[in-house]
Write a protein that binds this ligand. Structure first.
Ligand code: MSP
Length: 498
């Protein structure tokens, strides 16, 4: 069985920002987590390259849309690489294979009697690439966005027909939409009724051609289908499909949990198992926007804090289900107090003592366990158990919090047991304490891999460990394992006010 996980595909009409980085990092943590469980994971991310907005931005830059997206897609891919995103495929919706998948799903929806030709008259918002009902237009959230009156021949999809089925589906599969708030929002929307959806454009050509027509597909039909293309559709796709998890931002929940299931149901294709809608990031308490000039550039942040630093802060700071705030001072504080101190110092102190006092090799556990040792192992196993629960529930922030807790437990154990003080009188006890801490450091390092892959790797190198999967998580270290000289795991950072 494959664990198929995706991010939303980004509009490459501007440079990637911290929101794009966050989503990729979040999905990457789950992809890595499932790989460590021994599952075959397919992780897809990419760019959404058609539509009116892209076409206009390309024109404004004096480029053809294709020239423009070729250049911009590179920026998104290189961000993913610099963030250590372990994607298996970076899809671009201008790929020929993707066109074939879109045309096939279209044909299937048509064969099911769900597509008809009509005329669309109404408002369109190019920024969000969506049509708006009069009711939606009244919503103050739309007041700042540019909308334009549109009248054109388009194909429609019989979305309204799917409303009752979809409501029943969402009721019977409570895990389909996460979190609860997103699920409730969608149930409310559905209860308010659904209109048929215009799914083609005839006034411009930058899109996937509709079969046997001079229209192009509405960009969301094309965009959503990327998930099927990645699974191999229309060829052999049942080994990968249905997707296990679509990780998206909360602003595009309705596209993924109303349009997408309806298209799939119409085409006779199973639905994805879960859609996770994460919150939005603000910057120092304010909404990020180009006009405010406060958009965080993830590349600059990687230069400052390293990809692990940025990954750690975002995953630790952002609750999976609510909005988060990217604070310039907050990131420095968090990294110093947790990565450099709680985790980094713990590792360095332990490894230095082993290096100095135990001949640079894992010491013997030696002798019977004290109450404190039994307590430590119990707490550690229990914390790791909660880590798994959180990760499987897609609550990466809680999963990471468990690991910080584990590091704190280890720090306390070290402080209580004082191997530096007991060494003279009772070296066997001092060794046993170091053994216990090192064994738990290994747990910590294995479990940290989804969050901070480089740092975890470095720690596992320092512990002389090559087996790094979850099957090793609760296995003790082997005494006598020779260790390399200890190194600083994560250096402290100075805060520089912008
Ligand atoms: N192209 C569509 C998605 C199509 S998926 C079939 C799109 N692109 S986007 O570039 O605007 O956004 C890409 C992802 O980044 C979305 O999931 C969006 O919610 C997320 N984010 C955009 N801004 C964000 C923040 N400020 N914070 C967190 N995530 C944000 O929508």
């Amino acid at each position: 069985m494959t664990y198929y996980i995706t991010t939303a595909i980004s509009y490459p009409n501007g440079s990637p920002h911290i929101g794009h980085a966050y989503e990729a990092i979040l999905a990457d943590a789950y992809a890595r987590y499932h790989r460590l469980r021994g599952e075959k994971v397919i992780f897809q991310t990419g760019t959404d390259e058609h539509g009116l907005k892209i076409m206009r931005t390309a024109e404004a830059n004096g480029l053809t849309p294709k020239e423009f997206v070729d250049e911009m897609a590179g920026e998104f891919k290189s961000l993913a690489d610099r963030l250590d995103i372990s994607y298996d495929r970076f899809i671009r919706t201008t790929e020929a294979e993707h066109y074939a998948a879109c045309q096939e799903i279209w044909r299937r929806m048509e064969a099911n009697g769900d597509i008809y030709l009509g005329t669309y008259e109404g408002w369109y918002c190019a920024q969000e690439e969506c049509w708006l009902t009069d009711k939606e237009l009244q919503d103050p959230a739309w007041a700042e966005k540019k909308v334009e009156w549109t009248e054109e021949k388009t194909y429609f999809f019989r979305l309204a027909k799917y409303r009752d089925w979809l409501l029943a589906y969402i009721e019977s599969y409570p895990d389909f939409i996460q979190p609860e708030s997103a699920r409730n929002e969608i149930i409310n929307l559905l209860q308010g009724g659904l209109e048929n959806l215009s799914i083609s454009r005839s006034t411009f050509t930058w899109g996937v051609p509709v079969p046997n027509s001079d229209h192009v597909m509405y960009v969301w039909v094309d965009a959503l289908t990327n998930y099927l293309t990645g699974a191999g559709f229309p060829n052999d796709y049942n080994n990968v499909w249905p997707a296990d998890l679509h990780v998206i931002g909360k602003d595009i929940t309705r596209f993924h949990t109303i349009f997408w299931p309806a298209f799939l149901q119409s085409a006779g294709i199973p639905l994805p198992k879960r859609v996770l809608a994460h919150g939005f990031l603000m910057h120092n308490g304010r909404k990020m926007s180009k006009s405010e000039g406060n958009v965080v550039d993830p590349l600059e942040e990687i230069d400052r804090y390293g990809s692990d630093g940025l990954r750690y802060y975002l995953l630790r700071q952002m609750p999976a289900t609510r909005d988060g705030d990217y604070r310039d001072e907050g990131i420095v504080e968090t990294l110093n107090s947790e990565l450099a101190n709680t985790i980094g110092n713990l590792a360095q102190r332990t490894l230095s003592m082993i290096h100095k006092n135990c001949g640079g090799a894992i010491p013997n556990e030696n002798g019977s366990k004290t109450e404190a040792d039994i307590d430590l192992m119990g707490k550690s196993s229990e914390t790791v158990g909660r880590y798994h629960e959180a990760m499987l529930a897609n609550e990466a922030d809680k999963g990471l919090a468990c690991l910080v807790e584990l590091a704190m437990t280890l720090n306390k154990y070290l402080a209580d047991e004082q191997p530096w003080a007991t060494r003279k009188e009772n070296p066997a006890r001092a060794n046993a304490v170091l053994f216990n801490v090192a064994t738990n450091l290994r747990r910590l390092a294995i479990a940290l891999q989804p969050f901070t892959p480089r740092l975890a790797e470095k720690l596992l190198d320092q512990l002389g460990q090559t087996e790094r999967g979850f099957d090793q998580l609760l296995v003790d270290l082997k005494p006598g394992t020779v260790l390399p000289p200890p190194e600083v795991l994560f250096p402290r950072i100075e805060y520089e006010a912008a």
